[in-house]
Write a protein of this length. Structure first.
Length: 190
């Protein structure tokens, strides 16, 4: 059976599941909310596909009685300081390690910004509609302002996150503005 653990690791939360462990800096977390039944979303401010979704029904640590109870326990972890066991205390060397990692990430972000600025005008920049109701899939709808969702004037992109691998697909395999936004879930994507 698949299980998940969420551990207060001082300045970060350590999330352990079948794919490994992930550290999320507490300062990076923007919001924690219940999105559906037993699913909690941890918004890390990087966009919908990078949010962390946790199923309360498979979380073994911390033990919780409901999805709301687990959400509250995670929020308590964010508000608490370091745990008191020696391995988890914030140390100067851990802080230096994190600062070095952040400087490396800044370099990557700068490189990405430079690449984005070189993309030509044929790229779509801002969608007029976004559907984030599925935790591993986002639909982006591009059209002119004011278009009705039932009109065939949309170009629709579906982005899927499969264990960190993002797949970008367009409705009917093209960027033509001839789709209906209301039909986005039933369209064929390639």
């Amino acid at each position: 059976m698949t299980t998940t653990e969420i551990i207060n690791n001082g300045s970060s939360l350590k999330i352990i599941n079948e794919t490994g462990s992930r550290f999320v800096m507490k300062a990076q977390i923007r919001e924690i909310d219940v999105v559906r039944d037993t699913i909690i979303r941890i918004d890390i401010g990087e966009g919908a596909l990078y949010n962390i979704f946790v199923d309360q029904s498979i979380v073994t640590n911390p033990v919780s009685t409901s999805v709301d109870n687990l959400r509250d326990k995670i929020i308590e972890m964010l508000q608490s300081g370091s745990v008191v066991t020696g391995d988890h205390l914030a140390t100067e060397s851990k802080q230096i390690e994190q600062i070095t990692e952040m400087q490396t990430m800044r370099s990557y972000v700068s490189d990405i910004r430079d690449r984005i600025n070189t993309i030509n005008d044929k790229v779509f920049y801002e969608p007029m509609a976004v559907d984030e109701t599925n935790p591993n899939m986002v639909y982006y709808g591009f059209t002119v302002p004011g278009a009705a969702t039932r009109e065939p004037v949309w170009a629709i992109q579906k982005v899927t996150n499969n264990k960190g691998v993002l797949t970008y697909q367009w409705a009917a395999g093209n960027r033509l503005f001839d789709k209906i936004w209301d039909n986005r879930k039933s369209l064929a994507y390639s």
